[in-house]
Design a protein around this ligand. Sequence first.
Ligand code: GUN
Length: 284
Amino acid sequence: MAKIMDGKALAKKMQEKLAEKVKALKEEFDTIPGLVVILVGDNPASQIYVKNKEKAALAAGFKSETVRLSESISQEELIQIIHDYNLDSSIHGILVQLPLPQHINDKKIILEISPDKDVDGFHPMNTGHLWSGRPLMVPCTPAGIMELISECGIDLEGKNAVIIGRSNIVGKPMAQLLLDKNATVTLAHSRTRHLEKIAKRADILIVAIGQGHFITKEFVKEGAVVIDVGMNRDDQGKLIGDVDSEQVAKVASYLTPVPGGVGPMTITMLLEQTYQSALRRVSQ
Ligand code: GUN
């Protein structure tokens, strides 16, 4: 039976440590890390994410602002708001929740966030830093997965890592982080042929495709580490991962649960990077 990689417990531990670091930063430099989350429209999943981020930020002693904007806001108005926060010295992290409405070009929006406040690590300047081996701001979900892998004492050197899903948020940055740890990385996606066979070669299998229970035991090698990034709803509205956990737990050595695996780590890394951004500012 697979061991559970408990993201909830690690997130709690890291956020408690972070709260202490935030206190020390305030005492030493009279600075409170400030995070603003910008939400456009009323996508229900985004609303939940944003609320959780706000709650965690406040609990760790951060200054937390949430800007809720109407679905009909223009791209220019949104850019103006971002520019205002770029100049606001009490803010060290700016996050624009994705997805954005159709009429707004998310790539253009990301370019407007000051790279030193881009705590999502989505700005091309930060993706460039990551790919050149000098990571600064790293996308939070892959960064959280790396923490979880390290906490479980899993060695990546020379291992076969297979990532399914090539998004800018998870798959692509995940590949670079695993490569940095000397894994041999395969980045598979919706057009990949013989997916089952490729997945079965993985010592570490990371799945981020957004299809409930897609990964059955046929995709998993005996003893593999399986990381499930999926957040889907089943017919009853229950939250389920991309991995059929009941089946896969019987063959994997480690498995992340959904919920309570990757999700809490994403928020933790967002806070950690906002703290680091504040620390860099006062240390300059
Ligand atoms: N939507 C889903 N995941 C994320 C994330 O990590 N950052 C942002 N900004 N939006 C998201």
